[in-house]
Design a protein around this ligand. Sequence first.
Ligand SMILES: Cc1ncc(COP(=O)(O)O)c(C=O)c1O
Length: 375
Amino acid sequence: MNLPADLGTPCALVDLDAVERNTLAMSERVARLGSRLRPHVKTHKTVEAAKLQVRGAFGGITVSTLAEARFFAQAGFRDITYAVPIAPARMREAIELGRSIDRLSLLVDSELALRALQICSAAQQVRTPVFLKVDCGNHRAGVDPTSLSARKLAAGLAASKHLDFRGVLAHAGHAYACRDRDEIARVAREEREVTVGFAKSLRAEGTRVDEVSIGSTPTLSVADDLTGITEVRPGNYVFFDAFQAAIGSCTLADAAFSVLTTVVGSYPDRHRLVVDAGALALSKDPGPRHVDADAGFGQLLSEPGELQAGLRLTALSQEHGHIEGGTGGDLSRFPVGTRLRVVANHSCLTAALFDRYLVVRGRELVGSWRPLRGW
Ligand SMILES: Cc1ncc(COP(=O)(O)O)c(C=O)c1O
């Protein structure tokens, strides 16, 4: 990589070739499995990467904040799903925003939210598109699909004249607890079966369910059957990261996002280095410790991209990254001023710490992207 020698570090690098490979592979995979890709854009929050994600897809996207919904609506995206249960205090704002595009779908998983959304929609004289969020095993948000209350809530959504009930939506976040592709495949099957099964039971009771939406990067990287699934919403696959590589969603070579950092302290006699990327440049995501207890805070590469298997990023303070070299290696190869790259554990959190990504193609710096920030 021929990056300028005076580039200020830490800085965020995006490998454009890898982003193009990752986005194309996911679009082709979802098309082959007969579903529609509604990619999540929260990992990068840039118009440039979102446009690559929707190439070959129908154009709809998924967001995780209303600020993203506004930003991407202004950039021309017209069919957006806000895939976090909406706070009542922001319903009015969301409905107004939805008026400026074809469809802004919202999520609810409680009677209380349903009622608040009905009142807001009636007041603004709109029919708000809405999904019922379903817990398919992640146990974060969503209704229990085996419960009577879930079926009652779905019927209530479908019956409301102020709401346009789109269908059911689940996210297999528990795939991140898997250790390999076989385990991910089991979670992917569960994600599909639970969500499709719930939709079928609602239909059997006379509730119309158009959309059955699932998706995470691990499950969509492994799933071989999307029967009954109308839409999928992976997002992290644009960049992937060290966590995804550890559990088998990708290889480290697929990681498209890294942080360039400089050795600012070199202590070969103590087998330690200090770099200028700390928690505020990498985030403190603990990473795939269930797979690799020594994973540290990411994988270290040389600036051109060779894995430095002997180096471990063991601790982070605010602006310091602490690297241990073990007793076998000779750290005098990394004097002060040496640049390294870190493929962090969780690219979504790490990317969110930067207000600009430098875009690299091959060995050349070809531009920069400005991500959205805020809520
Ligand atoms: C509801 C929902 N859908 C889709 C995604 C995308 O999943 P991933 O980040 O694994 O690609 C997320 C991520 O958190 C999510 O919360």
